[in-house]
Design a binder for this molecule. Structure first.
Ligand code: ZN
Length: 273
């Protein structure tokens, strides 16, 4: 089954990963801007990173027949430095006309600090002013539930942001319901250990249905699996779910969410143009 991975950090993966993903049926990936594993020394480091995301990575993906889309922001971890974050936010508009940009993301919280919240709200303001989609990272482990509540409140606090134009990512059993009830899309991240396994994701689909639900690998430079979405497909089939149900989650849903971006255009493979 062909699939889309709506959250994966390909700049930190090898070409072998692209090849294995292509062999497994990956057609399209979307890559949010994130923490590189080290703090950049200044805003120019982000300018180079945004150039890599908007101008370079799509060519590398294209060598394996995979379409590449991207999101721009300063991640929550480096956003603790509000001065740096404001300089980076100022840079973003010059990249927003690039054809493969889907919106602002992955913004969010890391340790749920006041500075992170300040920068989150300023990113929301940029998204509202430029009418962009928003992709939201929710914190890890013990910080996840309070951080998700803070995030939902901040989004609700900006009346210009439409709920259906926001995806709350890395949801787990205790955060999926409030995010869906607020009208947002949700992303379940399939990680080998933390976040959500393919089996737990399948359990949540069985509990909450398939509307506004995405699954992703969030593959990056750490312990992660770029083939996690095919693992989810395998788990769903093993449980007897029909092909149309699985395809909706791993293919049609991400296309429906991305369609909210005015620049997004994609002809699904196999369709006559
Ligand atoms: Zn990520």
């Amino acid at each position: 089954m062909n699939y889309i991975d709506p959250h994966i950090h390909m700049v930190s993966r090898t070409t072998d990963d692209y090849k294995r993903m292509a062999l497994a049926g990956c057609e399209l990936v979307s890559e949010p801007a994130f923490w590189a594993g080290f703090d950049r020394s200044g805003p120019e480091g982000f300018r180079d990173y945004f150039r890599q995301l908007t101008r370079v990575e799509a060519t590398r993906a294209g060598l394996y027949g995979i379409a590449h889309k991207t999101w721009l922001c300063i991640n929550a971890k480096e956003a603790e430095d509000v001065g740096l974050a404001r300089e980076v936010i100022k840079l973003i508009p010059e990249f927003l006309d690039a054809p493969d940009v889907l919106g602002i993301g992955e913004i969010g919280l890391n340790k749920n600090t006041k500075n992170e919240a300040t920068v989150f709200v300023e990113h929301l303001d940029l998204a509202a002013r430029t009418d962009e989609l928003v992709l939201v990272h929710t914190p890890h482990l013990a910080d996840k539930y309070p951080g998700t509540r803070m995030i939902l409140d901040m989004i609700r606090g900006d009346r210009r942001i439409k709920a259906e134009r926001v995806c709350i990512d890395h949801v787990e059993e205790h955060t999926i319901r409030p995010a869906l009830e607020a009208g947002h899309w949700v992303g379940m991240t399939l990680y080998p250990i933390t976040k959500c396994t393919p089996a737990r994701a399948a359990d949540m689909v069985e509990a909450y249905g398939t509307e506004r639900i995405l699954v992703n690998s969030a593959g990056d430079w750490g312990h992660s699996d770029p083939l996690a979405v095919p693992e989810f497909i395998f788990e769903m089939r093993r449980r007897g779910h029909d092909e149309a149900t699985v395809r909706k989650i791993v293919y049609e849903n991400p296309l429906a969410f991305f369609a909210g971006c005015r620049r997004f255009s994609y002809t699904p493979r196999g369709q006559v143009v």
